[in-house]
Design a protein. Sequence first.
Length: 587
Amino acid sequence: MTFLTSGQWQAWPLVQACIKAAFLLLGFKIGLFCFEGYQNRMKFRKMKEQGIPIAEPHSLVWGHLQMMVAIRALFPKDAHNHHAQIYMVQNWPKFFPGAAARPPVIYLDLWPVLEPFAFVVDPAMCQDLVQDRLRPRHPQIKHLIRYISGARNLTGWDQPVHTLWRSRLNPGFSARNLQSHMPTFIEEVETFVSLLKAKAPKDGSWGGMFQLLELTTNMTFDIICRVAMNLNTNEQREGPTELQNSMRTLVRRHVIFKNLGTLRLRLSPWWHLEAWRCSRTLRRALVPRIQEQIGSGEQATTQKTVVQLATKEINNEQGASAANGGCNNNKTTPLPQLDKEQYSEDVLNLMKQFLFAGHDTTSTTITWAFHFLAKHPTALAQLRTEHTTVFDPDPRAASATLAASPALLNALPYTNAVIKEVLRLSPLAATIRRGGPSFFLTTAHHSSDNKSTTHYPTDGFAIATGTAAMHHDPALWPRANEFIPERYLVPEGHELYPVKYAWRPFEYGPMNCIGQDLALMELRLVLLLTVRELDIETDWDKWDALQGRDDSDEKPPTINGDRAYRTTNGLSYPTDELPVHVRLRNQ
């Protein structure tokens, strides 16, 4: 029986040659892969020989992967990786046996799952990284929001483009402009409060269970849309809209790192199709509003949006450039010619970035704030006392008082301290910067007879500020796991007084979070208009009943005895998006 024709037999040598070439290429790739792994592992061994602290155990085959798997096994499967970082810092003698103190940089050999990471857990070193000797952002953090706002945005731009756009956008996020939007803030927060009240029985008993994050998300989404581009989505009353659904899909499924763990997802054509559909929806909803706002940039209105003020700054730049012969006001630095089409595209990308960061981070923090306050009734009582002292004893009068005197929102020191402590215990983000062969992180050692300096290399590493780890470091924060707002009210020299630069949820430097004033204003206002009228606490019993759990089932996972912990969902949402119930307070 003949299986191949004569023509096919003649082609067989060519097929054999192609197969051999494919195997040779595969062998070359495998060899290259093994050589890269060997180089990477030996880099850590050489650093250790040079006196650089390297976490133990470090395997020549597995690097730190086995160590990290063992640490992750201590926590629930859906726990955020920040919990592992916190564990390493709080238990550093276990990983650095013989060390006299916790190293300021924790190197992790995670190849091939991730590139080598250097987690900086020293506040002064972090400041050096993001401000004193500003390093450019790492491609990983640029990739993180690529599917939401493309490559051209405040996270994707390096200097000087970032600096130029930051100067254009700063007026929209200034305290003065945000105060002009106080009526908008009050209106949206009052809607939020009314929706909470609707879930509380009139007789003062506890209402039914619901997930708090959904309500806080709708509120913050409405606020950022109105402040950024005067777009009234009315998510709280009529949502979720197609706009928010698309944004939430991208946040939950497409804000990911580029690594081996996400490779399968990134290779899926359906995943890319979903991202494209969501992006198309965002474009369709936002472009008309952006174009309208660009055209209304010079209109005399009390409340200016971020787009309007950015357009005004652009016009001022171009006018100054023309007057100075194509240069800016110092007559030395040429300004780029304004490409209106590119400008509109950049504004679209920026608005998508602001919608993402401006609603998701703040809504999550508000949710955590209610959780911590419910667990600490003394702090909650003091918070209510401050609100009654600064404002009218009738909580329903606070909105009118604030509308007449917006600056009163800044006269709440204990409220600010509560918010800072919430952000310390549940920070949502950090930054990742690029290392380099000539960039070393340094620390000085002093003794009675000499002074020495240790140089920590960064070449080939992604340098991350270990914000969550630092915020829980007992060396920086006495009683680090406790909720103590008084840390930010004690005088310098007190044992609780924070170490300089140790609190960094918004980061520092010229690339810090542009919307931090907006977020803090929302947080103050929500607490002011809520806590005196309502009690809010978690309701895990009803949640478990809804999930079909009973006493015979395995106990739900906890961290430090708390059902609510930071998960891998979104930007570290609380467990199950925090099931709660509410009741009206007796005034």
